[in-house]
Design a protein around this ligand. Structure first.
Ligand SMILES: [Zn+2]
Ligand SMILES: [Zn+2]
Length: 170
């Protein structure tokens, strides 16, 4: 979904759309499916820059880094980006990238892709080590049993999974 810059009125353009995003490709090689993504906020012209200020909400399908089970995680947060006309994918910009430039994205100066805005924000919000739940016990390193479901019979796993008292009564 593209918005032409010359169609944006001086007071800004209100955006509230549900977008379909392509799966994200993470650096570690994993693909993340993204459900309906809601982008809401205001797109404004400021000189030749374009500024978007609003929120992004989506639900991503992740794999738990401990138990390897798939789960869905909602992502919701503020989104603020500035688009400046300039060469796209300039190679030297990568190592010159500093913290304050992260919100500054080059664009072709004539139109802006809403999916692109939402996509970047969702990408940044995907956790590096996703957990299906904070207390996920993961898999037994010995037999591979899923410890969330039931403890396995491995002596090592038993030692950590069971409280001290049950060992004393054996
Ligand atoms: Zn898990
Ligand atoms: Zn085990």
């Amino acid at each position: 979904m593209f918005i032409e810059v010359n169609k944006i009125p001086p007071q800004g353009l209100e955006i509230d759309r549900v977008l379909q995003l392509q799966p994200l490709q993470l650096v570690r090689g994993e693909q993340v499916k993204v459900g309906d993504t809601r982008l809401s906020g205001t797109l404004r012209r400021s000189g030749s820059d374009l500024e978007f200020r609003g929120r992004v909400g989506a639900e991503v399908s992740l794999t738990c880094s401990r138990c390897l089970e798939p789960f869905r995680q909602p992502i919701e947060g503020p989104c603020h980006r500035i688009f400046r006309p300039g060469p796209l994918g300039k190679p030297e910009s990568e190592h010159e990238l500093v913290e304050e430039d992260l919100a500054l994205t080059p664009f072709d100066g004539t139109r802006i892709n809403l999916e692109e805005i939402a996509r970047e924000q969702v990408y940044l919000a995907v956790p590096l080590k996703p957990l299906c739940q904070e207390s996920c016990r993961g898999l037994c390193p010995k037999c591979g049993a899923e410890l969330n479901t039931a403890p396995c019979d491995c002596p090592e796993a038993r030692q950590t999974a069971e409280p001290l008292t049950s060992k004393l009564s054996l």
